[in-house]
Design a protein around this ligand. Sequence first.
Ligand SMILES: [Zn+2]
Ligand SMILES: [Zn+2]
Length: 346
Amino acid sequence: MFCLECGSDNKKMVEDICIDCFLKNFQLIEVPESIDITICSHCNSRLEEGKWHESFIPEPELIYRALERNISINELVENEIIDLEIKNMRGNIAECSVEVMGDVYGEKVNEIYDVSVRILKTVCPTCSKIKSGYYESVVQFRAKDRDIKESEYIKADEIVERTLNKQYMNDKLAYCPYRAKLKEGYDYYIGSLRSGRKIANALKDEFGGVIKESPRLISEDRSTGKGLYRIWISVRIPEFELGDFVRYCEKILQIEDIGKNRVVANDIKTNKKYRIAWNDVEDIELIKKAEDIETVNIISKSPSKIQFLDPVDYSVIDLDVKDGLEDDVGIGDEVKVIKIDDYYLL
Ligand SMILES: [Zn+2]
Ligand SMILES: [Zn+2]
């Protein structure tokens, strides 16, 4: 066998030409000399075929990925190693080199290509919404029949921030362009409805309460008749707090736990625990605050009763001791009581 191109007869053959003649016209890869990519100048997301992809990728990485997408490797190449390098940035053009090493019919081949990647910058629709202060929902943080405490506002701000940070991975409209401070509470304006709802739920997880949504028609598309709505989501946290006393179904209960799904409260007469769903919160009436608990000294004791002086008018109060607790209290001991019509021992 001799090469039909060069006539040599002592070389490895690829069909009817020698390996050297074959490699003269062989390329390990195909890659264009120049590549254009369009990215958003705010979030670095990339426009491809009318769709925006991947955001917050650093620019060098965007360039490497553009090169990778545009390289096609010849199927005869084995053990290939591709080395990408940005040699120089000239304005918005990255001058790159693509070095390829690989084996072709057992021969080591090495090639270097120069490729320029041009970065075209624009603003993606999401970022242009954000820049214009666009929002889809307003989360209203309120309390039922009371002022919200400073510590609750601080906690709420933390929850909003934490939730937005978490959401931001999947929702670029997870942002809060405005926060309005009103006398009755804060209004958080939220870019997307999805993240607005997440925030409302996170607030409820922390404080308990009731969530209500009310859509408001903002404008109407005349051609389709479709309305554009913004959703106001109110989170109304309860009037009562931990340790407070409430009336519920004729019973006097002390609030023990406030959770996202229910309130746990303890009957101060029987010690029986009640779990009350937020749907029934309207039936819970606040009657005394935890701060109203008084500490008194026992002045005398009979088998099932204790006596102490009323802190207000110093009259002697006679109080039943709960079953099983008779031996736990003695004369001179301090006990906690709450006055709700009558006194109750806690
Ligand atoms: Zn040849
Ligand atoms: Zn963007």
